[in-house]
Design a protein around this ligand. Structure first.
Ligand code: 13P
Ligand code: SF4
Length: 311
């Protein structure tokens, strides 16, 4: 939806009326980022969701992020503008499948580290959660006497293995957006902008990560580009990230990393949220995120462990 002054002021009015806070992920549209109280990566959003004293959390991101907010803040009303905003990583590791795998491999006594991009059910089966911003820290803090099973992203998992030297068994999941960047598409844009630095998300494949100057979470991309001497950056992640960078790192140039078939990469789930849907969800307090209390309580423990470990 177009950010008309009326729509924006109606959202702000409803936000006050509901005592709501608007949290938005770095991949949301420019209009949503501009109206949000906080824009950040999964880790920053989890901290904010835990600490807010608002009654309603309007979560502009995807379902697992809003669900995480509900898990750590069960008494709050958590709304997601579009209930269909899922995630291919979450889909690549269904809870019942992980449960069956762990049962079949009980003898291994796995320490399960789940990337936050997963369902509440998967979180409830895990020992610790991580995000791309703290995965190295979380893996380094894992007990040395147990094998690690890392779910669901094999690309983030293999990047963490490279960084820590710790061997892990990896679930074979992937983000459908980040695997669309190819060695050729990134090499091509590097040739076009030879002075640019390449900044990539760890959900990219090994072949793409090899071409990057830095591999990091979306939040760390902001700090990296602020501190770097370079003036042009090729951003190899979802295109919403460019709005955040353009706002917070003025005077520098950001080029979206092209995929094998497109000039930039959009996550179709992240882009389901619109200003109009945000407005309607604040007005109607729906769609709301809910979950069974037993799963919520079990899923909370590994999230709190993560928040504690990554302080
Ligand atoms: P960040 O935690 O780095 O923001 O990543 C979230 C995500 O969904 C990446 O695709
Ligand atoms: Fe999930 Fe990938 Fe979209 Fe992130 S970009 S929400 S990992 S599908």
């Amino acid at each position: 939806a177009v950010a008309t002054p009326t729509l924006v002021s109606e959202i702000l009015r409803l936000k006050n009326e509901r005592n709501a806070v608007i949290l938005a992920h770095n991949y949301q549209s420019k209009e949503i980022q501009e109206i949000a109280d906080f824009v950040g990566d999964s880790l920053g959003l989890a901290y904010h969701a835990k600490e807010t004293d608002a009654d309603v959390i309007a979560f502009c991101g995807v379902h697992f992020m809003a669900e995480t907010a509900k898990i750590v803040n069960p008494t709050k009303t958590v709304i997601l503008p579009d209930a269909n905003a899922g995630c291919s990583l979450e889909q690549s590791c269904p809870g019942p499948q992980l449960e069956a795998f762990l049962k079949a491999n009980e003898a291994k006594n796995y320490y399960v580290i789940a990337y936050i991009n997963c369902s509440g059910h998967v979180k409830a089966l895990s020992d610790c959660i991580c995000t791309s911003g703290n995965a190295v820290k979380i893996v380094n803090a894992a007990p040395l006497d147990r094998p690690i099973l890392f779910v669901p992203d094999q690309n983030l998992g293999s990047w963490v293995m490279e960084q820590t030297g710790r061997k892990m068994d990896l679930w074979k999941g992937a983000c459908y957006v980040h695997v669309e960047f190819t060695r050729d598409s990134i090499q091509g844009i590097k040739d076009e902008y030879p002075d640019a630095e390449v900044v990539a998300h760890p959900e990219c494949t090994y072949a793409v990560r090899m071409l990057a100057d830095v591999v990091c979470s979306t939040e760390k991309m902001v700090h990296y580009c602020q501190a770097s001497q370079a003036s042009t950056f090729i951003i190899v992640t979802e295109s919403g990230m460019l709005h955040r960078l353009e706002r917070e790192v003025p005077g520098k140039r950001f080029i979206p990393g092209p995929t094998g078939h497109c000039a930039c990469a959009d996550c179709r789930y992240m882009k389901l949220n619109t200003l109009q849907k945000l407005h309607d969800s604040l007005r109607d307090l729906t769609p709301q995120v809910t979950m069974p209390e037993d799963i919520r309580a079990r899923a909370e423990k590994p999230i709190l462990r993560m928040l504690e470990l990554s302080k």
